[in-house]
Design a protein around this ligand. Structure first.
Ligand code: TPP
Ligand code: MG
Length: 335
């Protein structure tokens, strides 16, 4: 039985925008999965279906000039922050027109032009990098805020604890968004922590922590807006723990033996897209035809991106070392 979310305080136009953003991510991920199985996309994939409300609610609460860091599961963050469907798709195809010129691929998706440092696949890597970003913003007094997405598994890394403590004592303008999807690869969070919430862990750093329904885009948006305000006002970081679930396996080869089909079904009942659609329909704020139209438009955008990517050129060998910060040993450019 679908549970309603509170749509009373949001305009219908805004709610439909949020819906469209989430659907764009969902359909992107579904389409990418098909393309991967067809052998069109190289590499591996960590997919974001189920967690769309977190990326969209959080990124929509940011201002122009704010930045995000992301993880090995970055497609949703990238699209929500404004990377275009074309340049994200072309990046997954490894094409020169991709947001990293085809050199980043799935796990390093991002684009500084939209305020997203290319994703960092080292678990908790973003927690270190965001400290530097926050410190820079504070020193520049530019009013910008840095938001760091990371998983429950990342909260077991040393970098997480060092990074949060540093940001806390320096009162850095950072919002930490933990996507607690209950598993770090195949390991349940409960097997790695004697406290039930990541939020409980940060009390020791003097950072306020908020637990929020990660399947409710409006709840995420409100929590991040408040945390953003706090950060921009010089009051320091906040941690938001979004309780969520990834509908797909950890990465493409995962048979999901560590969790039950019943558990998956329970979480699918909380699908953030279905809940928003249901709540708007139930309140008489939109019709089925509205959602059908949005789906058509999103599908058209996606097919355009696939065609664009297929027809895009490969990166040129002579550009292999541009935009790269490390060079292979033996090139003569190494010191
Ligand atoms: C430092 C480090 N250790 C291990 C890995 C391998 N690895 C990739 S994702 C992952 C699990 C991360 O779990 P979580 O932080 O909860 O993110 P989720 O996959 O659930 O989004 C692991 C162990 C890695 N990329 N980096
Ligand atoms: Mg996790």
């Amino acid at each position: 039985m679908t549970e309603r979310i509170n749509v009373d305080d949001v305009t219908t136009e805004r709610a439909l925008d949020l819906y469209r953003e989430m659907l764009r991510i969902r359909r992107f991920e579904d389409r990418v999965y098909q393309l991967f199985l067809q052998g069109e996309l190289p590499g591996t994939l960590h997919q974001y279906q189920g967690q769309e409300a977190v990326a969209v609610g959080a990124c929509q609460a940011l201002n122009d000039g704010d930045w995000i860091t992301s993880t090995h599961r970055p497609h949703g963050h990238a699209l929500a922050k404004g990377v275009t469907v074309r340049s994200a798709m072309a990046e997954l195809y490894g094409k020169a027109t991709g947001c990293c010129g085809g050199k980043g691929g799935s796990m390093h998706l991002g684009d500084p032009d939209v305020g997203m440092i290319p994703a960092i696949a080292i678990v908790a890597g973003g927690v270190s990098v965001v400290s530097g970003m926050g410190l820079a913003f504070k020193m520049q007094r530019n009013g910008h805020v840095a938001l760091c997405f990371f998983g429950d598994g990342a909260s077991n890394e040393g970098a997480f604890h060092e990074g949060l403590n540093f940001a806390a004592v320096q009162k850095l303008p950072i919002v930490y968004v933990c996507e607690n999807n209950m598993y770090g690869a195949s390991t349940p969070f409960t097997a790695t922590s004697l406290v039930p919430n990541v939020a409980d862990r940060v009390a020791g750093y003097g950072i306020p922590a908020v637990i929020v329904d990660g399947m409710d885009v409006l709840a995420i948006h409100d929590a991040v807006s408040e945390a953003r305000q706090r950060a921009a006002a010089g009051d320091g970081p906040t941690l938001i723990e979004a309780k969520t679930y990834r509908f797909a396996g950890h990465s493409r080869g995962d048979a999901r033996g560590y969790r039950s089909r019943d558990e998956e079904a329970e979480w699918k009942e909380k699908d953030p897209l279905v809940r928003l659609e249901y709540s708007l329909l139930n309140a008489g704020r939109a019709q089925e035809s509205t959602f059908a139209r949005i789906l058509d438009e999103v599908n058209t955008e996606l097919e355009d991106a696939v065609e664009f990517s297929r027809q895009s050129p490969d990166p040129r060998p002579e550009d292999a070392l541009t935009d790269a910060y490390a060079t292979p040993i033996g090139t003569g450019t190494h010191s």
